[in-house]
Design a protein around this ligand. Structure first.
Ligand SMILES: NC(=O)c1ccc[n+]([C@@H]2O[C@H](COP(=O)([O-])OP(=O)(O)OC[C@H]3O[C@@H](n4cnc5c(N)ncnc54)[C@H](O)[C@@H]3O)[C@@H](O)[C@H]2O)c1
Length: 267
């Protein structure tokens, strides 16, 4: 397992917004940024309920209700952040949904919801928060892509298409916002243990066996944790990544670099 690093204060005085920060990967990013000294605004449909907890956290966490699919909600959120903090240094577009459907069963409403959360959301957040990022010191946007924007699991047409779109949006924003001094990168996580994919694992009667089999697909020998992704987000948000923009950083334990072989030819 990954270990929690010692806080360095690397994000002291930074204002960060994390969508979908109430749980899972988003929450790990919120906690990591706050531990590094940032003020973090969680934009989520759901109230995480415990943002004031966690003594020893150097920074500050707060929740502002947000539906990333709804432009009026995004505008209200942006106005609230501007009124409370005056600007934004780091925007993490993390909120996402995933559904398993065959293309013939997928309804237009289901397709549109996936696109609205995973792709329209980051567009709306960039559209309305970029004005709050202009003129800040090394502002940056981090979009949550996926290895499914590069390859695909079965029955994930909408999800994979939305994540491929996010990788393309990331490159476009890096080009268009570069002149404003805003960097934009994506993280493509692999299999990270969160609620999003836990249902897959729990469908099988022997969870330990599934996790062992999944782990064996990864050269590092394990599946990922939300903290693994948070560490990459922390780096991309930092001055150490000041010459990095338009990139899709894969945080996936090497899963996609291993070519599959039929069982009879496995060494
Ligand atoms: N878990 C993985 O293995 C994995 C792998 C690759 C990519 N990702 C991506 O990482 C991101 C986070 O995934 P996770 O596993 O933490 O998911 P999760 O389901 O645990 O958390 C998603 C969060 O997004 C919020 N959200 C959903 N719709 C929203 C909306 N319309 N407006 C605002 N907030 C909304 C939810 O309330 C929730 O807090 C997603 O974009 C996902 O596609 C996850």
């Amino acid at each position: 397992m990954s270990t929690d690093p010692a806080p360095t204060g690397a994000m002291a005085d930074r204002i960060a917004v994390v969508t979908g920060g109430a749980r899972g990967i988003g929450r790990a990013i919120v906690d990591r940024f706050a531990t590094e000294g940032a003020t973090v605004v969680i934009g989520d449909l759901t109230d995480p309920g415990d943002v004031g907890a966690g003594l020893g956290v150097a920074g500050h966490r707060e929740w502002v209700p947000l539906d990333v699919t709804d432009e009026a909600s995004v505008l209200e959120f942006a106005q609230s952040v501007e009124a409370g903090h005056g600007g934004v240094d780091v925007l993490v577009n993390n909120a996402g949904v995933m559904a398993e459907r065959s293309i013939t069963d997928e309804s237009v409403a289901e397709w549109d919801l996936t696109m609205a959360v995973n792709l329209r959301g980051p567009f709306l957040m960039a559209k309305h928060l970029v004005p709050l990022m202009e003129g800040r010191v090394d502002p940056s946007i981090i979009n949550m892509g996926s290895i499914e924007g590069i390859a695909a699991n079965p029955l994930h047409a909408a999800y994979a298409a939305s994540k491929g779109g996010i990788h393309a949006l990331t490159r476009s924003l890096a080009i268009d916002l570069g002149p404003l001094g805003i960097r934009c990168n994506a993280i493509a996580p692999g299999w990270i243990d969160t609620e999003l994919n836990r249902a897959y694992v729990e469908r099988h009667p022997d969870r330990d066996q599934v996790v062992a089999e999944l782990s064996s697909l990864h050269p590092v020998g394990r599946i990922g944790s939300a903290g693994d992704v948070a560490a990459a987000a922390c780096w991309l948000a930092s001055a150490d990544a000041g010459f990095v923009t338009g990139q899709v950083v894969q945080v996936e334990g090497g899963r996609t670099i291993r070519l599959s072989l039929p069982p009879s030819l496995e060494p």
